[in-house]
Structures are given as structure tokens and as C-alpha cells.
Design a protein around this ligand. Structure first.
Ligand SMILES: [Zn+2]
Length: 183
């Protein structure tokens, strides 16, 4: 989970947020009002086309189109369903694992002072992400983030392992076009 600098909300979202939220709260089915493509694109620009949580690549840097994550799930926090700061670009795998779960301990990649190296380390013998316990007394927050987004599921470990092998064999120059930049 690399640092993200939050960009400004798209204008159409600012303009419609109140109306859309009100309608959703009063019982309408959740809908992006045909703006999902635009929102997704904006979010992906913000993260340089990486999943905000596992850092895998998203379209057009990979075939994975990417989804829109509600950090606080819209089912329990309806008032945040169209709140820009509650939205993140996410890959299908992370989104499928996290689903409607939430915990106050979860880390946000765009929160002030968030840095990968303060919270996580990669164990190169297992390719698992671990909370950086020695450096951070609040390491349980990293542990919870790993758990809810499934950052150590088998497929993620395999993807990191494959990427690591590639990095060793090739001369990478453009880190931003690689998945798992923390490797
Ligand atoms: Zn992901």
C-alpha cells in the first residue's frame, strides 16, 4: 500500500453529491448515475493506475479494469456513498475480499504522513506482507489492513513472487509502471 495524494473531487460529483446521497438514504437503489467510468478513471489517475491497497496494476497498465472501493461501506455508511474522500481505486481481488467489511483500525493510503515503510515490510522468504512491529507500536492497524484486503492471499503472494523474479532478471527503469512498487 503506497502513499496516495488525494486530488480534487470531480466537479460533477461535488455538484450532485447532496442529491444523490439524499436519494440513496431515502431508499433508492445505489447507482453511480452513469458516472462510474469517470469516477473510476479519476481515482486511477490519482493512484497512477495502481490498486490503492495491494498496488497491483490497473487498466490501461494491465488488463484489470479496476473497481471503486467505498472505504467505509456504503451499506452501513450511506451518507458516505458519494463522498470523494471515501472512494479509492481498487482491483477486483482486493474488493472481493474486503467487500462490506470495515474496521476503525484500517489504514488509509492518502492519510497525512502515511508511508508504506512505517507500517509494512515484505518477508522475502514467504513473500508475505508483515506489520512493521519493531518500528510501529500501532502495528495492529497494518495487520488489520492486511487481513481485510486479503493482502496475503495465495494469489497475491504468487503475483509478488513472480514480479520479484522479473525484477531480478530485468533492468527496471520505470517503477511506476510495475506492480507492487514496495518490492
Ligand atoms: Zn488490489
Amino acid at each position: 500500500m503506497m502513499t496516495i495524494i488525494r486530488i480534487d473531487a470531480p466537479l460533477f460529483l461535488k455538484e450532485n453529491q447532496a442529491t444523490w446521497t439524499e436519494s440513496y438514504i431515502s431508499g433508492a437503489t445505489f447507482s453511480w448515475h452513469q458516472k462510474d467510468e469517470e469516477i473510476r478513471t479519476k481515482l486511477k489517475e490519482m493512484s497512477n493506475y495502481h490498486c490503492a491497497f495491494c498496488d497491483d496494476l490497473l487498466f490501461p497498465k494491465s488488463g484489470e479494469i479496476g473497481e471503486i472501493e467505498h472505504f467505509k461501506p456504503k451499506t452501513a455508511y450511506k451518507e458516505l456513498a458519494f463522498e470523494w474522500t471515501n472512494l479509492y481505486p481498487i482491483c477486483r481481488r482486493c474488493n472481493g475480499t474486503k467487500n462490506d467489511k470495515f474496521d476503525d483500525l484500517l489504514l488509509r493510503p492518502d492519510s497525512e504522513d502515511y508511508k508504506y515503510s512505517d507500517w509494512f515490510c515484505l518477508d522475502l522468504s514467504s513473500f508475505k506482507l508483515k506489520p512493521f512491529k519493531l518500528a510501529n507500536p500501532n502495528w495492529k492497524r497494518a495487520e488489520k489492513t492486511i487481513e481485510l484486503y486479503g493482502l496475503n492471499k495465495d494469489d497475491k503472494i504468487k503475483r509478488r513472487q513472480d514480479e520479484f523474479a522479473k525484477i531480478r532478471n530485468e533492468d527496471y527503469k520505470d517503477i511506476d509502471n510495475q506492480p507492487f512498487r514496495y518490492i
